[in-house]
Design a protein around this ligand. Structure first.
Ligand code: FES
Length: 342
């Protein structure tokens, strides 16, 4: 039987379109990469959501038997993970990032442990310095994969720093009982250890073209890391700074961290408002409740408002629903799920 070939068109957010052929049995991501189309991707197995795209024309389905992180409602609305997706007709997809974004391909690098500091009951700040001759580019919000020495495990973390301070990279690591990175940092790590990391990965990053719009950031736990990187990038950019609201929460006051860093940023950035939230044991100046419950109707002042969410999936779902209710365009809401792995 003759192999079925379809034509796929990918429309990038900057107006660039790329078309290529794909055999019906092959994934659209594989065909795109073979055609040197600069797509974002990482796991190639349906678990990281980096390769998400919106099907606007034609028919394309998830490979039978494959399991993906997409919700049934997202799939029904046309979202597809291109690494698992097979074309059943000629089809067109929309990408929410520009064609230049995927061109900074992930690479491997080595870095020395510069410092390790416990900054809350269950959070450590890990600072690395890239080895001489090694380099990694990244956009604020993207993540790296770090091999945990001696554990045969790889973990994903978003830098809380920006590319401006390279070769230094800073990460916020949530400590988990029995966690590989937790065990390494608490018991084995020494300054001058050499770690192997790779990146950048992920489609969660600051949209430069929207930097003048009001920004709302919602962060839960160490989901604060990429958000700090984004706020710093807005500060480092030229021109007038947009109004920014950061709503950041942890379970209890003891679990909070980086409050000094947030205060410092408020001194640099008078347009940055911060709401610090705890689920339990609220103290003076703290909002009692989740970072989503701290959002108010008057926070959305413009139809251009852009929102970045990073934390556990239930927080992201609740924040997305609340922001849409307050009038934020769903196309302007970007989210990264924070997944704990032991
Ligand atoms: S590349 Fe990770 S879900 Fe497709």
């Amino acid at each position: 039987m003759k192999e079925q070939i379809h034509q796929v068109t990918l429309n990038f957010a900057d107006g660039v379109s790329r078309s290529f052929s794909v055999a019906a049995k092959n994934s659209i991501l594989d065909a795109a990469l073979a055609a040197e189309v600069p797509l974002l991707y990482q796991c190639q197995s349906g678990s990281c959501s980096s390769c998400i795209a919106h099907l606007s024309e034609g028919d394309a389905v998830t490979r039978p038997g494959a399991s993906s992180t997409l919700l049934a409602s997202e799939y029904a609305a046309g979202q597809r993970l291109l690494c698992l997706c097979q074309a059943q007709s000629d089809c067109t997809f929309e990408l929410d990032y520009g064609s230049e974004v995927g061109s900074s391909a992930a690479r491997e690098a080595h870095a020395f442990v510069d410092s390790i500091e416990r900054i809350a009951s269950n959070v450590m700040r890990l600072t690395l310095e890239l080895a001489e001759g090694d380099w990694l580019e990244f956009r604020p919000g993207q993540f790296m994969q770090i091999e945990v020495p001696g554990y045969g495990a790889v973990r994903s973390y978003s830098p809380s720093s920006t590319a401006v301070v390279l070769p230094k990279l800073e990460f916020l690591v949530r400590l988990l009982p029995g966690g590989a990175m937790s065990g390494y940092l608490e018991e084995k790590a020494n300054s001058e250890d050499v770690l192997t990391l790779s990146g950048p990965y992920g489609a969660f990053f600051l949209r430069e073209e929207k930097r003048r719009a009001p920004h709302i950031f919602v962060a839960g736990g160490t989901g604060l890391a990429p958000i700090l990187s984004m706020i710093d990038a807005l500060h480092q950019g030229s021109g007038r700074k947009p109004p920014m609201l950061l709503s950041f929460g942890c379970a209890i006051p003891d679990a909070l961290f980086c409050l000094d860093d947030i205060e410092l940023r408020q001194q640099w950035l008078p347009t940055l408002e911060a709401r610090i939230c705890v689920d339990r044991e609220p103290g003076p100046g703290l909002h009692h409740g989740s970072p989503v419950s701290a959002l108010r109707a008057e926070d959305v002042t413009s139809p251009e408002t852009v929102a970045y969410l990073c934390g556990p999936q239930p927080m992201i779902d609740a924040a997305t629903a609340r922001l849409i209710e307050l009038g934020v365009d769903p196309a302007n809401i970007f989210a990264e799920q924070f997944v704990a792995s032991n």
